[in-house]
Design a protein around this ligand. Structure first.
Ligand code: THU
Length: 134
């Protein structure tokens, strides 16, 4: 878990965050033991920027991983209250669908979180399409 957080902190250095100057890094551990990185990627059209967590989750999902853990590092908010470092609502919705069993770790906090605590009563479709066979 320490390694995973180090990867997340390092990924944050490669964020594209010229508008907020708020760099976020994420690292996702897959069941293969591979680690997938993400950082927030902003855009001049503000609303289409994306979060670090979703970049990393997308990469792990494309690799066919079962996601075991997610580390999030808000490197420009070190020492800030927890509320300034937690995954946003959109990322929570992604986590509940693509990483429902993941341990969620926030840089600078000792506690591990589960998505059920962060997003109770999530939206789900009654019959999601079956996953394609690889
Ligand atoms: N951000 C993330 O990367 N993850 C989150 O869960 C919260 C917010 C990014 C989006 C934006 O680039 C910057 O942080 C400020 O909101």
């Amino acid at each position: 878990m320490k390694t995973l957080m180090k990867v997340a902190r390092n990924a944050a250095k490669r964020a594209h965050a010229p508008y907020s100057n708020f760099r976020v890094g994420a690292a996702v551990l897959g069941s293969s033991s591979n680690i997938y990185e993400g950082a927030n990627i902003e855009n001049a059209s503000y609303g289409i920027g994306t979060c670090a967590e979703r970049v990393a989750i997308a990469a792990a999902t494309m690799a066919g991983e079962k996601i075991e853990a997610i580390a999030v590092a808000c490197v420009d908010a070190q020492g800030a209250p927890l509320s300034e470092k937690m995954p946003c609502g959109a990322c929570r919705q992604w986590i509940q669908e693509l990483a429902p069993h993941a341990e969620i770790m926030i840089d600078g906090e000792n506690k591990l979180f589960k998505i059920g605590d962060l997003l109770p009563l999530p939206f789900r479709l009654a019959k999601p399409k079956r996953k394609r066979r690889r």
